[in-house]
Design a protein around this ligand. Structure first.
Ligand code: ZN
Length: 283
């Protein structure tokens, strides 16, 4: 990996394919690239990724989620008022039509044994604060401001928040101790997803599990909406998973995929959900 810097932009990494390591620097950028942000489809494994993500230092404040989050809605409203309104109305309809139960709470209850649960990118701790009592809430959050808010909230129930990158946060958790790891809308932001998965595996105790939610690049909506698809966020989203590439990467890290059925990766949904566990070899 190389680092480059000029006067106007923060340090960026020029990275190889995060899935297989192929150097695609010379390959042409995908048409989905936006402004200075270069999207590549790997010439070897076809994985789609942002080649020049901002460095971790930039994420701490400049590109922090709480500042970045509104960007896309504003861009959409300005550039495509019709699709923006249509997409809002469609979402509302879909929510009404599907009325699904809380997917995350459901998966936690069925796949995490009692004990410490880490929420990667916990934000201000909304979700951790609502965990059932048998779970000890641990948060990892790179944004200093959000980490401060989460600490304030979780200290009341004995929780702890690591104000660091996901990779460092998982390294700080004692090895083999964690019952569950939540990676909700996170893996698509991680510059080194295979390293993160390896660390998650290490942090988990045997029998523990991780719940992963990421945008589905293979969704119908991406094909129909093209560069207006809601999964495209620059420079926030740096990895674009399909059901197959997610499964391959998770299994290559030693996990066993427990739950990834048709409706967890439904082609009409923009997102997919996976539950993967660290097998309990003693059991
Ligand atoms: Zn590749």
């Amino acid at each position: 990996m190389t680092t480059s810097q000029d006067a106007t932009s923060p340090a960026v990494l020029a990275r190889n394919c995060p899935n297989c390591g192929t150097d695609n620097l010379a390959a042409p950028a995908l048409a989905y690239s936006w402004q200075d942000w270069v999207l590549k489809g790997c010439s070897d494994c076809a994985f789609v990724y942002l080649e020049n993500p901002p460095g971790y230092e930039a994420l701490v404040s400049e590109f922090a989620w709480e500042r970045n989050h509104g960007d896309r809605s504003e861009r959409m409203r300005e550039e495509y008022p019709f699709s923006y309104n249509f997409s809002r109305a469609w979402k509302k309809f879909r929510r009404w039509a599907i009325r699904k139960p809380n997917k995350l709470a459901n998966r936690i209850a069925t796949s995490f044994p009692p004990g410490p649960v880490v929420d990667i990118g916990c934000g201000s701790g909304d979700y951790l604060a609502a965990l059932p009592d048998e779970y000890e809430p641990l948060g990892v959050e790179i944004s200093e401001e959000l980490a401060r808010q989460a600490t304030e909230r979780l200290s009341k129930r004995g929780g702890k928040v690591y104000a660091m990158s996901a990779v460092d946060g998982l390294a700080a958790v004692p090895e083999g101790t964690v019952s569950g790891i939540i990676m909700r809308s996170f893996l698509e932001h991680e510059q080194d997803p295979t390293d993160l998965l390896a660390r998650a595996w290490r942090a988990l105790r045997p029998g523990g599990a991780t719940i992963i939610k990421v945008p589905n690049y293979a969704s119908v909506n991406r094909r129909v909406m093209g560069d207006r698809w809601c999964g495209f966020r620059f420079p926030g989203h740096v990895n674009y998973f399909t059901p197959q590439s997610l499964r391959d990467m998770v299994e290559a890290s030693g996990f066993r995929v427990e739950r990834f059925g048709l409706f967890d990766r439904f082609y009409l949904s923009d997102n997919m959900w996976m539950v993967a566990c660290k097998p309990d070899t003693a059991a």
